[in-house]
Unconditional design. Structure first.
Length: 219
């Protein structure tokens, strides 16, 4: 029972901290119903990204994103929210609509942002019945394809974190044989999202290592 209370208290504390982060981006956000817009621009490539969602309670829904594990939730964690020190972070905007208009307006704005050149982080066109997959970002149909796409998404987001904020190194200097193999495997993973599907998501060097039994598993 004590642990349950501690977990609840911890979750409330995290939500309170995240609420301050949200309000620092847009102090006008409230918990009324409407459509919310998450947008960001990559400072290196100039590519713009968007996610459009509907909510009965806008602020509460964005709080759910910050503690969730869907594709947009992972991106929010990876890139953070927009601040002066983080110009690549996600901006937050919204418009109020009554509940009966949410499906219609969600469909409208997902399509509008796509037409304006944003790379959509929505899986489909939204709006309940009649929703369609959004271009190249449609969800994989098969179980295996879903796992592969999930791994590729993770590779992209984790590679971004290491590129912008983190570094990694073996425990020993110079590294031993197993540590060197582990480093190579990790680098393979970080670059996996860049590799075309022709060779099953593996580059030539990795294929050779697997072929001749030089993976971390076989030594």
């Amino acid at each position: 029972m004590k642990n349950n209370y501690k977990n609840i208290a911890k979750a409330k504390a995290i939500d309170a901290k995240n609420e301050k982060r949200i309000l620092s981006v847009n102090p006008n956000i409230d918990d009324n119903s409407g459509i919310y817009f998450l947008t960001r621009k990559d400072s290196e490539t100039g590519i713009r990204f968007s996610y459009v969602g509907q909510a009965r309670h806008i602020k509460s829904r964005i709080l759910q994103h910050l503690r969730g594990f869907q594709r947009i939730d992972i991106s929010l964690k990876a890139h953070g929210l927009l601040t002066k020190d983080n110009p690549d972070g996600w901006d937050i905007n919204f418009l109020h609509f009554p509940l009966e208009k949410l499906d219609e307006m969600e469909r409208y704005y997902i399509t509008l942002y796509a037409k304006e050149g944003y790379q959509s982080r929505n899986i489909d066109t939204g709006g309940g019945k009649g929703k369609r997959e959004v271009g190249e970002r449609k969800a994989p149909k098969g179980y295996y394809d879903g796992l592969k796409q999930g791994r590729k998404n993770s590779s992209r987001e984790i590679a971004h974190l290491f590129d912008k904020h983190l570094d990694y190194k073996p425990k020993n200097d110079p590294p031993n044989r197993f540590q060197q193999q582990a480093m190579e495997k990790f680098e393979d993973f970080l670059n996996e999202y860049k590799i075309p599907e022709d060779n099953g998501g593996m580059d030539k060097d990795r294929i050779e290592r697997e072929k001749y039994g030089k993976s971390i598993y076989t030594g």
